[in-house]
Design a protein around this ligand. Structure first.
Ligand SMILES: [Zn+2]
Length: 263
């Protein structure tokens, strides 16, 4: 990942640099205009007025308008919404207008920026340059268990004719494999599912840890995405308290990732 357009509060995925028709970004807790470190984009954890102002600042930083953005509520399932012009601006100015009950947004319409919010869960962005279509996915523990990122890739194929071998996947900052401790029952659930390789579930003494980013990577390559077409962010949201919000550190604020086809 790298800094977005010299704005220190925003990052982008390096793998998308060579595709001029798509815009991508990941926010951090740093205000992109250089003041404050509580750049909450979520619906909770901060003063509503402040998060609203933060979203407006994000639009300014990206040279976009509120109606360019589409945000979903996210419920740790694998429901999806194919976003159309009618959804322009949904969720950006208020939670009540957000796309309800989905964790996958996809579209082939230009100038609609699909957003996924996160604080430890894994944001995943997909881009299909062959058919010009994008998806934004929220893949936490439950979503990763369900294979929500791979489902989004399949939806890009089914709805827009995308070819897996050309698809680009960006696996964003989330809680790292050294930090994501889960209980015995949870680890057992993943361990019993043959989809997850042993090296994504580790044990240290009495403690169990999951590597969500590698699970998502493995699901996508199993589907036919090329490993070289997948960027996996090295950032751990729990360790990097200067850059990211973290639910495991007790924070309720959210950063976000977004992807948009340019006109
Ligand atoms: Zn960590």
């Amino acid at each position: 990942m790298e800094v977005f357009n010299n704005l220190n509060g925003l990052l982008k995925f390096s793998i998308l640099d060579k595709f001029p028709k798509v815009l991508d970004f990941v926010t951090t807790r740093q205000n992109p205009f250089g003041y404050g470190n509580n750049f909450n984009i979520g619906y909770s954890g901060g003063d509503d007025k402040e998060t609203f102002e933060n979203r407006m600042l994000l639009a300014t930083a990206l040279v976009l308008k509120p109606e360019n953005f589409v945000i979903q509520t996210q419920i740790h399932k694998d429901n999806y919404k194919i976003v159309t012009e009618e959804n322009a601006g949904n969720g950006f100015l208020s939670k009540v207008s957000a796309i309800q009950g989905t964790d996958i947004l996809l579209t082939n319409i230009k100038h609609l920026c699909l957003i996924t919010r996160s604080a430890d869960c894994t944001p995943v962005l997909l881009y299909s340059p062959d058919v010009e279509a994008v998806a934004a996915v929220h893949s936490g523990r439950e979503g990763t268990f369900l294979g929500v990122a791979a489902k989004a890739a399949k939806l890009l194929k089914e709805n827009f004719g995308a070819d897996f071998s050309k698809m680009i996947a960006c696996i964003g900052p989330s809680i790292g494999k050294e930090c994501y401790e889960v209980g015995y029952d949870c680890a057992g659930k993943f361990f019993k599912n043959p989809r997850f390789s042993d090296n994504t579930i580790s044990q240290k003494g009495e403690k169990y840890f999951l590597d969500l980013k590698t699970m998502i990577f493995d699901d996508l390559t199993a589907l036919g995405l090329k490993p070289g077409n997948i960027e996996k962010s090295a950032f751990c949201t729990k360790c990097d308290d200067k850059k990211f919000f973290s639910a495991r550190r007790g924070e309720s604020q959210r950063f976000c990732a977004g992807i948009m086809l340019k006109k």
